[in-house]
Design a binder for this molecule. Structure first.
Ligand SMILES: [Zn+2]
Ligand SMILES: [Zn+2]
Length: 428
């Protein structure tokens, strides 16, 4: 109420103030954010033909949960999120939820704005109102786009506003509504419960399908036959560049692990490809190059698994233990660090491998010349200037011990060093 709003600029501010029932307060809150001196409306979706129909009074937003959507047409992550948001918005609208979105554009010009708005079924601040857009960016400290700020209709307290609407929408979809603290705590509780009661069967099957694909692709493998095995869920796709190097490496390590287990007898390991390929034929060729199992292309479980495990980038290898519970989401890292020795990927095994690494590192040369780099490389660890890095030799992630060029930051896994005599790398 102490904030400036457009009503206070009218000729009779006293009347506004004395009308201060709770509805009025929420109206003036949205107005103070979204209106300007000479505008008390927002643009509706561009469907409407007549100019008059394209205006929606800000006072109509009363009592609704509002998402302030900062976005721009020229930025691919915005366009990706936009599709997801349209889907959620349509669902919420069709079930009568009290939700509205207001687009705050960072587009380059009016044409780009109008074009982008064609894909949006919600309201917008007029492109020309730079001042309001700037004020909103400042007020909500928007640092990157897409950004979705969720405002509650009544509660003006800071804790009621959510700044991570993009993540909430990606994670929970329409379930996140009405975006209250209570609702989000409930979702987190449910999520914890689902992970605690997780089984391989409920991860990999659905009411219409109790099998996955084997090799050749026409062979059906019952999910029941995988119970009690360690299973890697391999999220990947043929178009994914880092997968081009990682997939062949994973295949060779998979074969080594299988062979060792076969010799020992007893335990078993398998991998299930969870494909994010764009069409059936790329899936067919990519899966055809793999020696393991797969969920069928386009299966609904694929999306729900990616959401459930919060897979942010591919390739990603998630390990499920023989009891059906998640062992680690760091399978790819562990494969890169320890190759076939990473099996069975448990905390106890990783601790052991780390200890062995510490021990082995004692005998590592303090410095090396590496065939791929002209400067001397120095052995570093987490405590001595090392840390998570991308290996310049194999392009995969590393952490802990590394050989690092102190001059230019070039860094490789100890296992990737191809030692050469000093001076023999000149010019490389
Ligand atoms: Zn490497
Ligand atoms: Zn260097």
């Amino acid at each position: 109420m102490k904030e400036m709003n457009w009503e206070n600029n009218s000729n009779n501010p006293v009347q506004t103030l004395t009308n201060g029932d709770s509805e009025k307060i929420s109206t003036s809150r949205f107005s103070s954010l979204l209106a300007s001196k000479d505008r008390d409306y927002l643009l509706s979706s561009s469907e409407a033909e007549a100019e008059a129909d394209q205006q929606v009074k800000i006072s109509d937003l009363e009592g609704r949960v509002i998402g302030l959507y900062f976005s721009a047409n020229w930025y691919p992550p915005c366009r990706n999120f936009n599709q997801v948001l349209v889907d959620v918005y349509d669902q919420l609208k069709s079930n009568g939820s009290n939700f509205e979105i207001v687009f705050v554009s960072s587009d380059e010009d009016l044409d780009a704005f109008n074009n982008y708005r064609k894909s949006m079924p919600w309201l917008s601040i007029p492109f020309s109102d730079l001042e309001t857009k700037k004020a909103l960016n400042r007020k909500f400290e928007v640092e990157g786009i897409p950004c979705l700020i969720i405002l509650q209709p009544e509660d003006n307290k800071d804790g009621a506003t959510f700044y991570d609407g993009v993540e909430l929408i990606y994670r929970y979809g329409v379930e996140a509504f009405p975006f209250t603290k209570e609702k989000l705590e409930e979702l987190q509780r449910e999520e914890r419960m689902r992970h605690e009661t997780q089984t391989l069967k409920n991860l990999l099957t659905n009411p219409d399908r109790d099998y996955i694909l084997g090799q050749p692709i026409t062979r059906k493998v019952q999910v029941d036959s995988l119970i009690d095995k360690t299973i890697g869920l391999y999220f990947s796709a043929q178009w994914c560049l880092p997968g081009v190097t990682f997939t062949p490496r994973l295949i060779s390590i998979y074969q080594k692990i299988k062979q060792t287990l076969e010799e020992k007898g007893g335990e078993d390991f398998d991998i299930v490809f969870v494909s994010n390929d764009r069409d059936q034929s790329s899936f067919d060729t990519y899966f055809g190059s793999m020696p393991w199992l797969a969920l069928p292309f386009g299966d609904p479980s694929i999306k729900s698994l990616a959401k459930y495990f919060d897979v942010q980038g591919i390739p990603c290898l998630i390990i499920i233990g023989p009891d059906g519970k998640t062992v680690t989401k760091q399978g790819r890292n562990l494969i890169n660090l320890y190759q076939e020795n990473a099996y069975p990927f448990t905390d106890a095994k990783v601790e052991l491998l780390e200890k062995e690494m510490e021990e082995a590192a004692k005998s590592f040369p303090k410095s090396e010349y590496h065939a791929g780099h002209r400067h001397e490389l120095t052995l570093v660890s987490e405590g001595t200037g090392g840390g998570p890095f991308i290996c310049c030799d194999c392009d995969e992630q590393g952490s802990g011990w590394a050989y690092q060029c102190l001059e230019c930051g070039y860094e490789v896994h100890p296992k990737c060093v191809r030692a050469v005599a000093p001076g023999s790398t000149e010019g490389s």
